[in-house]
Design a protein around this ligand. Structure first.
Ligand code: GDP
Ligand code: MN
Length: 421
C-alpha cells in the first residue's frame, strides 16, 4: 500500500499550492545533454560525443578521438545505476572503459538494446545513443548535488568526499561525510558557501580556487536553468589538478517550460512510460502503476479513495487517473484507450461522482471508446450525481456488457472479482 501511494503522493499531489489539474512532471535529460549545458557554463566536462549508430561511432573515432588509446562508452538512458546495470541481451554493465579498437564492438552491444538498472524497473530502458568520452585518469571520485530543499525552502548543495558508487549506501555508512550547505536564493552563492562545499569535497590534488569557481558556476547553471536537481556522481579530480563532472543528472521544473524552451526541447519521450506520454498529450492526470485494475475516476481525492478501497478488497490499481471536473468526451475516450491498451489491466473500474463532471459525458466517452478499441476486459461502472439517469441510459442503450455497481464498496468488490476471473 505505502509503496504505490507514496509514489502517487510524491509525484502528483504534493505540489504545494497546486490544484488537482496540474500534475507534477519534471523534465529529465540525458547525460550528454547535461554535459553540454555544463560545458556552456564553463564547467569542466570530459570531451565527448553522443552517437546513435555504429557508422557514427566510426566517424567519432576518426574525427573526434583520433589520438585516444582508451575511451569511456556510456549508455544513454534516463536512469541511474548504469555502471552496475545489465542488458537484456546478457551484456554486463552500461558504462565501459575500453581500448579504442574495442569501442565499436562495445557500442554494438549497447545500441538498440534494453538496459536494466536498479532505477529502471524490470522492463528496463532502451539505449538509443551511446556517449563516447575521453578517458580521464581519475585520481579521486566525489559526490556533488544541488537540490531544492523543503526545510530551508531553497537550493541546498550536498557534497561528499566519497563518490562514484550509490550515494544512498554512502549516506547510510558514512553520514558524517555528507555535508549540506543551504544557499540563500536571494543573495546567491557566497564565497563562504562555495568554500564550505569545496571543504566537504576535500579534493586531494585539484586547485582550491578553481574548484571554488567550479562550484559557483554549477550553482549559476542550476538557477538560470530552473533545475530542480543537478547531481554529479562522480565529480572527479584528474591528475592534472582539475575538478571534472564525470556524470550528469539534471532535472528541470516543468513550470519553467515557458522560459526554458531550448532545454525542454531536449525531452525524450522514448524513455518515459508510454501510458504517461499518451496521458500527458490528452492533458489527463495519469500515473502508471503496477496493478491489474484500471481506474477511471473524477477528482484526485476520489481517485485516491478508489485506489485505497481496491486495495482493501484485495486488488491492486493499475494507475491513478483523475479525469478532472471538466473533461471532454474526447479526453474520456483517450483515458479509456490508455486503460485498455495496458496488458496488465484485467478489469476496469469507472467511478464517477458527477458534480461539475457530468455522468452523461463520461458515459458517451466510454461508449465511443468501446467503438474504437476492442474491450477485452470486464468494466465495472459506478455513476452517481449530475445527469446520472442520462448516463445510465446511454450505457444501457449501447448494449455494452457492463457490470453496474451501487456504491464504492460494491464497485471495488466487483472489480476485484472481475479481475480475477
Ligand atoms: P552511473 O552508474 O549511471 O551513475 O554512471 P557513471 O557515469 O557514474 O559511470 C559509472 C562509473 O564509471 C563512474 O562511477 C566512474 O567510476 C567510471 N567512469 C566514468 N567516466 C570515467 C572516466 O572518464 N575515467 C575513469 N577512470 N572512470 C570513469
Ligand atoms: Mn554516476
Amino acid at each position: 500500500m505505502r509503496g504505490f501511494l507514496n509514489k502517487v503522493v510524491s509525484r502528483s499531489l504534493s505540489v504545494a499550492g497546486k490544484w488537482q489539474h496540474q500534475q507534477l512532471r519534471r523534465l529529465n535529460i540525458h547525460e550528454y545533454q547535461g554535459a553540454g549545458l555544463m560545458g556552456k557554463y564553463g564547467i569542466n566536462v570530459p570531451k565527448g560525443v553522443a552517437v546513435a549508430s555504429l557508422h557514427h561511432v566510426q566517424k567519432a573515432l576518426q574525427y573526434v578521438f583520433p589520438s585516444e588509446s582508451e575511451l569511456v562508452v556510456k549508455s544513454q538512458v534516463l536512469a541511474g545505476g548504469r555502471g552496475l546495470g545489465k542488458f537484456k541481451n546478457g551484456f554486463q554493465g552500461g558504462v565501459h572503459i575500453v581500448k579504442t579498437d574495442k569501442v565499436e564492438e562495445t557500442a554494438g552491444k549497447m545500441l538498440g538494446q534494453i538496459l536494466v538498472t536498479k532505477q529502471t524497473g524490470s522492463q528496463g530502458k532502451i539505449v538509443s545513443k551511446v556517449y563516447l568520452c575521453e578517458k580521464l585518469s581519475l585520481v579521486n571520485e566525489m559526490y556533488f548535488a544541488i537540490m531544492l530543499d523543503r526545510t530551508t525552502a531553497g537550493p541546498l548543495i550536498i557534497a561528499c568526499k566519497k563518490g562514484g558508487t550509490s550515494i544512498e549506501d554512502l549516506a547510510e555508512k558514512f553520514p558524517d561525510l555528507i555535508i549540506k550547505v543551504p544557499i540563500d536564493v536571494f543573495k546567491g552563492i557566497t564565497d563562504e558557501d562555495a568554500v564550505k562545499v569545496v571543504d566537504g569535497l576535500a579534493p586531494k590534488v585539484a586547485d582550491r580556487n578553481d574548484s571554488i569557481e567550479q562550484v559557483k558556476k554549477l550553482y549559476k547553471l542550476f538557477c538560470e536553468s530552473d533545475c530542480t536537481l543537478l547531481e554529479i556522481n562522480p565529480i572527479a579530480e584528474t591528475s592534472d589538478k582539475q575538478l571534472v563532472a564525470a556524470d550528469a543528472k539534471l532535472n528541470f521544473d516543468d513550470n519553467a517550460a515557458f522560459r526554458q524552451k531550448e532545454i525542454f526541447a531536449l525531452r525524450d519521450p522514448t524513455q518515459e512510460d508510454p501510458r504517461e506520454v499518451a496521458a500527458a498529450k490528452a492533458d489527463l492526470n495519469y500515473i502508471g502503476l503496477d496493478g491489474e485494475i484500471g481506474c477511471m475516476v473524477n477528482g484526485a481525492g476520489l481517485a485516491m479513495a478508489t485506489m485505497d478501497i481496491i486495495k482493501l478488497h484485495g486488488g491492486t490499481p493499475a494507475n491513478f487517473l483523475d479525469v478532472g471536473g471538466n473533461a471532454s468526451e474526447e479526453q474520456v475516450v483517450e483515458a479509456f484507450k490508455i486503460l485498455t491498451s495496458d496488458d496488465k489491466v484485467k478489469a476496469i473500474l469507472v467511478n464517477i461522482f458527477g458534480g461539475i463532471m457530468k455522468c452523461d459525458v463520461i458515459a458517451s466517452g466510454i461508449v465511443n471508446a468501446a467503438k474504437q478499441v476492442a474491450l477485452k476486459v470486464p468494466v465495472v461502472v459506478r455513476l452517481e450525481g449530475t445527469n446520472v439517469d442520462q448516463g445510465k441510459r446511454i450505457l444501457k442503450e449501447s448494449g455494452m456488457a457492463l457490470i453496474t455497481a451501487e456504491d464504492l464498496d460494491d464497485a471495488a468488490e466487483k472489480a476485484v472479482k472481475a479481475s480475477a476471473t
